[in-house]
Design a protein around this ligand. Structure first.
Ligand code: HEM
Length: 370
């Protein structure tokens, strides 16, 4: 049962999974069109081989999320709050892994919100995209040691940051991540790989209606540029090719559709430079499911620029059903936030070899805002 180094566990999961861990989800599901089944559930790295008895709390949580074992583990945590045991420089704070991350997350959350509207801003949007562009450079066909993944190389390796697909980061989130790294790396051991992924999870939680994706720290950094050609070209419009590209990252169609929903908060700059700054839905500061409706609509609102890749995915038979579910005006948001969170946890550990050694710090994230 091996594909490269990965153990593929193929489960015929029911389309309606246990929902007891999800307040509101059961009701939302009853109102929705049928969710497409997940066909493949792939474990990653050390979670492929470690028995459950050897799993750390974070390892077990991530394993359950990767296996879509939602009865046991929710990919979001809407309530846990981490309280620092003391000031940043105190011995108590230094002894608690999440303590410095509370300071990091609070600083990020303040930087990601427009104070006058409480909507998320361009730095938040870029932080979400940066998290994807760092982790998404991993592929299973690259094999073990094939490079890429959530290792911070997007900032630490200048050759990677300067690639065409990473345009836009250089004058925005990249110098900000560098500054945060300089503040917290030497003195408190904060790594770039974790900083980039924490940025993406703080940003989605900070955006109104956004998911509070469970957050983990303890990844290794790398200053080696990730292999090229593993991220979708900005002008992509071939849904079949996109599905194959993400499948090679162990991300299935339903997860892909959930993840591109991040374009709810997006403003394109380089796909059409004449129309630079146009949003991908009519509410770019809010993490709402309006994006799915407006992308699929025959009659989109004026001033909305739909990415060719999103339009293609909204029409492609294999992805269309998930698109419709997330677009549903009654329960779509709840189901999408949950699916996004599960898919993002997977994305955030791609290429991490020692997942069982991570520590969960979800409690440092801003609380979900309505
Ligand atoms: C099918 C795969 C994808 C394609 C083809 C794609 C393509 C694009 C393009 C062309 C832009 C506009 C860039 C610009 O002109 O400035 C963009 C922006 C963005 N993308 Fe994606 N993307 C994909 C998947 C994802 C995923 C998986 C995420 C995160 C989970 C993501 C998050 C974002 C965000 C937040 C922005 C807004 C950046 C900003 O406003 O500064 N994208 N994407």
């Amino acid at each position: 049962m091996k594909l490269n180094t990965l153990c593929l566990l193929t489960l015929a999961l029911s389309s309606l999974e246990p929902t007891s861990a999800y307040p509101g989800l059961a009701q939302a599901l009853t109102n929705l069109p049928t969710l497409p089944k997940r066909q493949t559930v792939t474990l990653l790295a050390d979670l492929q081989t470690l028995p459950d008895t050897a799993l750390s709390p974070a390892g077990l949580t991530i394993k359950n999320i990767l296996l879509h074992n939602r009865a046991a583990t929710s990919p979001q945590d809407l309530t846990t709050v981490y309280t620092p045991p003391g000031p940043l420089d105190s011995a108590a704070c230094r002894a608690s892994t999440c303590c410095v991350w509370k300071h990091v997350a609070d600083t990020m959350a303040a930087a990601f919100l427009n104070p006058s509207t409480s909507h998320c801003n361009s730095l938040a949007r870029q932080a979400v995209r940066l998290g994807f562009h760092d982790a998404g450079t991993w592929s299973q066909s690259g094999g073990s040691g094939g490079g890429g993944g959530a290792d911070g190389s997007i900032i630490l390796a200048p050759a990677e940051l300067e690639r065409t697909e990473n345009r836009g980061f250089v004058d925005g989130i990249a110098p900000q991540m560098r500054a945060w790294y300089d503040s917290w790396h030497d003195a408190y051991g904060v790594g770039m790989a974790d900083l980039v992924q924490m940025g993406a999870t703080v940003a989605s939680a900070a955006c109104p209606l956004g998911p509070r994706v469970r957050a983990f720290v303890g990844r290794n950094d790398s200053a080696v540029a990730a292999p090229e050609g593993r991220l979708p070209p900005p002008e992509s419009r071939d849904a079949e090719a996109l599905v194959a590209l993400f499948a090679d990252k162990t991300i299935g169609v339903r997860e892909l559709v959930a993840l591109v929903g991040a374009h709810t908060a997006s403003r394109q700059r380089f796909v059409d430079e004449v129309l630079s700054g146009l949003p991908q839905d009519s509410t770019p500061g809010v993490w709402d499911a309006v994006f799915y409706n407006e992308t699929a609509s025959e009659d989109p609102p004026l001033g909305v620029f739909r990415l060719p890749s999103d339009q293609a995915l909204s029409r492609y038979p294999a992805t269309q059903e998930s698109w419709k579910v997330f677009a549903d005006s009654v329960g779509g948001q709840t189901v999408w936030n949950d699916d996004y969170a599960a898919a993002y946890v997977r994305l955030s550990v791609l290429g991490v070899e020692h997942i069982n050694d991570l520590t969960e710090c979800t409690g440092v994230l801003p609380l979900h805002s309505a």
